[in-house]
Ligand binder design. Sequence first.
Ligand code: GLN
Length: 275
Amino acid sequence: MTVRAALRDATEQLGAVSPSARLDAELLMAAALGVPRGELLLRHLDEAVPAGFAPLQRRRLGHEPIAYILGHAEFYGIELIVTPSVLIPRGDSETLIDAAIRALAGRPPARALDCGTGSGALLIAALAQWPGAHGIGIDRSLGALPVAAANAARAGVGERARILHRDWDTPGWASGLGRFDLVLANPPYVEDEAELERPVREHEPAGALFAGPAGLDAYRRLLPQLPALLAPGGVALVEIGWQQAEAVAAIGGESGLSATVHRDLGNRPRALEFK
Ligand code: GLN
């Protein structure tokens, strides 16, 4: 069978599990051939389908996210390695970087902290944005740490990034880290697995997603610590579920923090800026 015919078949089959079946088929085919997708369409359509394609297609038919199959995903224009130990970076989370750029216009941050860094996406995007900044990414997940460190190095910010095994639930976790001009966090905020699509529910790390009743547990534990983490004039950008803005702002308010809402490209509340 030719690549062209296999793409046609695969698109039809993947339609049952994916809203982007044709794109998925092309990405998996390009990966099986070891070529960029653009080159696949220009030069390889009349070749024999490579043996490596069928196993990749089977994984996608099993609802595995395309990013885990390919092993990488893009965030804020930066290519990141992703493994099943880390949440796949979402376009929605780019809202936090856009908001940080606006909040810190004209006063580039010297020190940044990413709480629950996962793949390192938020930390790395921030360090790439501000070439004078140094940053720390913490995660309680041992599996995430080497992924974040490798991504920082690949993105050329490894010298300015420290990836540490810390859990913000452990008293004293931040001792010695100092204060930060920018604190970023995309904590777990999902209440119920019924809210999630099957690829997310079955393949992404539960520890990065679920946060107890109402999905607010992580905010209750992290936000009261922000006043001690922020340097004078510092800001925190925290991702939220789109229906959680009021509840999370109220939790911050109990610690004397004022909140500004930032919306994602779908115009839903997606991040709170705390000062
Ligand atoms: N936005 C993610 C989702 O709904 C959840 C991310 C999170 O809990 N931090 O799939």
